[in-house]
Design a protein around this ligand. Sequence first.
Ligand code: ADP
Length: 872
Amino acid sequence: MDATEATPLMRQYREIKGQHPDAILFFRVGDFYEMFFEDAVEAAGILKIALTSRDKNKENGVPLCGVPYHAAAGYIQKLIVAGRSVALCEQMEAAGAVKGKGTLRREVTRVITPGTVIEATLLSAGEPNHIAALWPPSSGPTVGLAFLDLSTGDFRMATLPHVGEIEAALAILAPKEILLPEGHSEFLPQEAAVRYPIRLVSAALFVPARAHALLRSHFGVHSVLALGEEGAPDLVAAGGLLGHVHATQKGALGSITALRPHPHGTQMRLSSRTIDHLDLLPNGRHRAEGALLPLLDQTITPMGSRLLREWVLHPLVVPEMILERQEAVAAFYDRPSERMHLRAALGEVSDMARLIGRISLAAAPPPDLIALARSLSALPAIEKIVSGLPVLGGFPDGWDTLADVATQIGAALVVPPPLSLKEGGVIREGYLPPLDELRRFQQEGRTTLTRIESSERQRTGIESLKIRYNQVFGYYIEVSEAQIKKIPADYVRKQTLTRAERFTTTALRDVEEKMRGAEETTRAMEVEAYDALCGAVARHTARIQKMARVVARLDVFSTLAEVAHRNTYTRPRVSAGRTIRIVDGRHPVLERTETRFVPNDTTLDPPARQMLILTGPNMAGKSTYMKQTALIVLMAQIGSFVPARESDVGVVDRIFTRVGAEDDIARGMSTFMVEMTEMGQILRQATSESLLLLDEIGRGTSTFDGMSIAQAICEAVHRIGARTLFATHYHELTRLGEMEGVHNCHARVHEANGEVVFLRKIGEGGADRSYGIHVARLAGLPASVIERAGVILKEMEAGAALRASAWVAPRATDDGCAGQVIRSTPHPALDALRALDPLHLTPMQALQKLTDLIAAAKSPADGDTLRAATNV
Ligand code: ADP
């Protein structure tokens, strides 16, 4: 160890840094935050500030860089944006508290990480800022998930049934940071581990007893049963997350007033693929106008905007809950005047949820309190508009105008307030009598100064004589060089400049002394009063959070009504049945840019009409039709009106999409592999209540393989019973229409003089042929090539019919002939084979299953043998 490291300050630094190895340590030294060693090198690079050395004379001095304490916020922001964390280490004693060479006590007061920022500049108004924690209990396949938005105090938990659900859950939360217990992190799927910043934290935080104890003390409850199920994975994850936040955010965590279960069973789970395929959110492929959320998001407040996002990503599955929202939307739809007035009143409301978050963390500048007070003052007017409308369901304890809190803030603070407390002048006159008195005294002091100034001018005859003030020298009389000769003998010289001299007098010194004392006391009083006010307001955090949620809902209800009105949407009839019937449905996003959008009907009504096979050439409008159906269902299930003349929506439990293949190629994985992997997942997860959109399945491989797989998948989906739209350009697959519940539809085209015109109308029945060769002609391929392609096609089609039948086991019909019809139920041994999962079989079991299967395949379907084969 060299001499520099041995200084007490460096030893202290080493010790504290040792506790925060992952964060850049902002080490407070006087008016600066200093960074040393690797932190200095890294921070200087990111912040573009000078890197120096602590001991400039030495060859290998300690690398050092620093930023002024009062300007730290901007630098911290840059480091956070660069994905780093910052540990703020403060001096816990006033300078001078330690005599001689001793070191001041220092402590880390807050660790700022991407998942725990609360500063408005670092947050995006319409999006939550989540930090999540996952905990896999050693017993059983479930995983506990907890997540927190520290900026609003929104804290929730869920138990995921198995690791396969992690990705979908994370895709929707989009956490800025994920906490995992150290030594138990290997369960996290690779894709998630790459996509989100992971932080390993002490596994001790997730020991159930400790997690429970912390939850109990934080929420002030006797038993964790008040919050959830003892020892349940979600509760342990929540305790672990809270433990981490307590350790890193030393300030009060008063904004976390509740822990709510994330309602898994009442909400639809959408995978990131589906969110992407249906273009729910703006993404890289298109600008914001191409997505559903920006279209719907005409909210007025940031809370409303965040809530709408949550609704779009978590549609409901319980008809009663959907109807309750629909009622509220309809109430505003039917009352344009109330809607308009409400939206005007909401314009007065700022981000209450985040304001109270910062106030309760003691990190709020004066404008935050004023913005909160102004928001609260808007509540009575809002109440007047909505009272009597059926829009407050879900808030049984009714309205809270919070007038007491608004009055409290209004009485204390000056409007408009200074930007920071340091500037002074924050507390309003009349709020604190001793403060008023001091201020009067200061005012008198200033008058005295003016008097001294004019009397000194008279006495000396120096017209330009001025009394001035600066931080270092206090008050002084300034006289220009030219007038120096006129100064009286009792002037005491303070400072000499090039063109002027500065003096003081006994009278001036007297006033100065009094003023300086008064100024310090005023400042201290203001800070104290301000802190007390923040504390008093923070005591109402839970009430304010509740009203923030009420306001957010009103904002979203009126917004959905407004959007419905502007775009002529209608109210869907939502039910628990399985019928989806849409008359003149439109694609909500495309209809806005397509001047001549053609509406289409959709009817799915299982079992009679469970699956539609949609054929037609490329560009005919198949994908648009499928997506519009899914979007209408999804909009209906968030409680919105929908783009259709009329509609019935029997709720779906999930929407699955398997669309196109182009983007997968860009991902660098074999298209076909991706397609099949995803298809496998869908077949495992879909239920008879699901809605499936399958677009061009099997395109990624050769025609016959592709067709075979497409047909096999169709059959599997058919057995699941999910309502399905299946688009394909293999018009051969229209044969599937012979299966019960499967219907053919086609995107109509008009052909004249060898030209194909897309009508964008979906008709019943299959397309009679493929149009690939037409497209080739349009694209300018030579006539001879086109002609030859036509001949080859005919040959292939003839062959295809033969081969296509070969992969369905021919079976003797009653009259003994081998049939070539496509059967909807292939040999049951195939089902048994499909049901096997080799990853969950021992070699011995596998051998036994194989033997059973062979026996089953040799005999006509025998129930007992088959049960033995599939009973894993
Ligand atoms: P496919 O899936 O059959 O290849 P798409 O659904 O991608 O075809 O549609 C191709 C284009 O046709 C769309 O980008 C859109 O511009 C237009 N289109 C599709 N459906 C309609 C419609 N109903 N009305 C008007 N234009 C449409």
